[in-house]
Design a protein around this ligand. Structure first.
Ligand code: GDP
Length: 223
């Protein structure tokens, strides 16, 4: 799990074609421990999900230019959704990493309740950023998450992290394998590296497009 270590952090915005993406301060608005807790007023939501150690804190750091503090993954520690307000234009929800083998059953169930309520309660998130480890073959927990997001009708962008660690000679094959599992016409897959900054502007644009698209008239489960 990650949290940003300052309630407000100044940052240099990521720029694409001279335009600032994610402009504005980032401040911790709420650590939500109970399903349904959310800050007011309600803003568009980007939810960030991924297995523990996928590189979530590094990516949030690189995208939003905020200092991110690591918080102990102690099994049984109370799970929380960290809501960050970004420039009063949208909320970023940092979800606890899933797939932590030593987590107790209670903490896994608490995680499920928090996430499920967030994903299936209207107004639904405008976009889910699902992080998968770009070095690995598709993982079971990530497959389940993609399926859940699809059934919940939440627009999703998949980022394959740590792309710098995939040898150039393996990249085509690896990307093909990840795309076969995660990509479809409505769900883009973007390989990224927080270490080198590769493809971060492209990822930011994909997210921004979805954050600024008005929600569909009703968020019905999709086939
Ligand atoms: P989290 O637990 O999902 O928040 O993951 P972290 O951001 O803490 O990263 C987990 C590990 O992956 C750390 O050892 C990071 O240094 C490493 N890591 C994160 N992003 C990258 C990346 O873009 N490239 C490489 N090579 N390693 C990364």
């Amino acid at each position: 799990m990650t949290t940003m270590n300052a309630s407000t952090a100044a940052r240099r915005p990521l720029r694409t074609k001279g335009r600032a993406l994610f402009a504005g301060d980032v401040r911790l608005a709420l650590a939500a421990h109970s399903p349904g807790d959310r800050p007011r007023p309600v803003l568009p939501v980007m939810v960030v999900l991924g297995r523990s150690n996928v590189g979530k804190s590094s990516l949030l750091n690189a995208l939003l230019h905020v200092k991110v503090a690591r918080v102990s993954q102690t099994p049984g520690r109370t799970q929380a959704l960290y809501w960050y307000r970004v420039g009063d234009t949208f909320d970023l929800v940092d979800c606890p990493g899933y797939g932590f083998a030593k987590a107790s059953r209670e903490s896994r169930e608490a995680f499920s309740r928090l996430i499920e309520t967030l994903l299936v309660t209207d107004p639904r998130p405008s976009v889910a950023l699902l992080l998968v480890d770009g070095r690995l073959e598709p993982q079971e927990g990530d497959r389940s998450m993609v399926l859940f997001l699809r059934q919940a009708g939440v627009p999703t962008v998949v980022a394959a992290t740590k792309w710098d660690a995939v040898k150039p000679s393996r990249r085509v094959r690896q990307l093909r394998q990840l795309a076969a599992e995660y990509q479809d016409p409505t769900r883009p897959l973007q390989p990224v590296s927080s270490e080198t900054g590769e493809n971060l502007p492209q990822l930011a644009l994909l997210l921004e497009e979805r954050l600024t698209t008005p929600p569909r008239e009703a968020s019905r489960p999709r086939g």
